[in-house]
Design a protein around this ligand. Structure first.
Ligand code: SF4
Ligand code: SF4
Length: 350
């Protein structure tokens, strides 16, 4: 790993904007490329076939890019039963390398949490097959959205964590910083030119201004311990009164990874499918006996917060939120996770 932080050349180079199309053309010759594209009113991260499709003047994509590594619906294997025997066909792995270009640093950092969770004792081969062969080129946020709070979650609008290459918009070009060896290899492309002290100084200024523009989230020290103490506090009921249990917050979240397994079968053959699930759905914890240990929105919402701010910091040494702000902007009843954390931090249950 090459240390991040807009260091000195050769880890940083300049990519002039008029040379970006030729760089993307060369990427497209060798790899499948995903990048921000406009679809109607929104920006989504999708596979592109031409540089002209890419939109880099955007705040953040509507959905997180986690589905590129962890699809919403993924066939795991096909099976066939015949005369008491079972035959299993596992889909082949990736043949072409890929690059995810122009995602935001919060989403790149979110991948680090997925790496930890899906790479634990039971390493998920489907996820890592995609992750290992995919380069991540992120685009720093020089004007963070008011709903973003990555800095309070341990990241930052220009954080290199989770990226192979980090780009920062300097107006007529991008300062490109290699974060990994794979990112450094990309800088060998002829589209890049040597950076200079002036560009590095401008980048530092943009980074500082971007961080200063973010409103911090008031969080109690040792929040993970504090949350355990307020587990039975009546504040949870008040906080979650309006939650509809729609699951949008978890589906859009770059770090939520809960899934369900189901079989789609016809006769003696079928397919085992992995589909996203959500802790906000009543059936998530419904047991065959009829018992549901999380019977109301209060328990389900509490689980989401406990998991992100108490259980994951304890088990994975990382918060389960990267502050992308999607759940803040997309929750249909405006349930703001920043306000929830603030209320719990000042709650009277501890
Ligand atoms: S998006 Fe809002 S309403 Fe829907 S489950 Fe999440 S917190 Fe509840
Ligand atoms: S919890 Fe909300 S703000 Fe945090 S990473 Fe998930 S969607 Fe983004």
């Amino acid at each position: 790993m090459i240390p991040g932080g807009y260091g000195l050349p050769p880890s940083s180079k300049i990519l002039k904007k008029d040379r970006l199309p030729s760089f993307l053309e060369r990427l497209l010759e060798e790899r499948i490329v995903f990048a921000p594209v406009r679809r109607g009113e929104v920006i989504l991260i999708r596979e592109i076939h031409a540089p002209s499709e890419v939109v880099l003047e955007y705040e953040n994509a509507k959905e997180s890019p986690k589905s590129i590594f962890f699809p919403e619906r993924e066939p795991l294997f096909r099976y066939r039963t015949e005369k008491g025997k079972v035959e299993v066909d596992i889909p082949p792995g990736r043949e072409r390398s890929r690059v995810v270009f122009g995602i935001r640093p919060c989403d790149a950092r979110g991948l680090l949490l997925l790496d930890k969770v899906l790479g634990g004792e039971y390493r998920d081969p489907y996820y890592f097959d995609k992750r290992a062969e995919t380069l991540v080129v992120s685009l720093a946020c020089d004007h963070p959205n008011p709903s973003c709070f990555c800095l309070s979650m341990g990241g930052g609008p220009c954080s290199p964590e989770g990226s192979d290459l980090l780009l920062l918009d300097l107006s007529d070009g991008y300062l490109a910083e290699a974060v990994s060896e794979r990112g450094a290899a990309l800088l060998e492309d002829p589209a890049f030119e040597k950076s200079d002290e002036e560009s590095l100084a401008v980048a530092k200024k943009i980074k500082r201004e971007s961080e200063v523009s973010m409103k911090p989230v008031a969080m109690k020290e040792n929040l993970e311990e504090h949350l355990e103490r307020v587990f039975d506090d009546p504040v949870w009921k008040d906080l979650t009164e309006t939650c509809l249990g729609c699951g949008i917050c978890t589906y859009l979240c770059p770090t939520c990874y809960c899934f369900d397994l189901c079989d789609e079968a016809a006769g003696s053959s079928g397919e085992r499918i992995r589909v996203w699930d959500s802790c906000q759905f009543p059936l998530f914890t419904q047991q065959a006996s009829g018992l549901n240990p999380r019977p109301t929105a209060k328990e389900r919402f509490r689980q989401r917060i406990m998991h992100k701010f108490s259980y994951l910091p304890k088990s994975q040494a990382m918060l389960g939120c990267v502050g992308c702000g999607r759940c803040v902007t997309e929750c249909p009843v405006n349930l703001d996770i920043r306000e929830v954390v603030k209320s719990l931090s000042g709650g009277n249950g501890g």
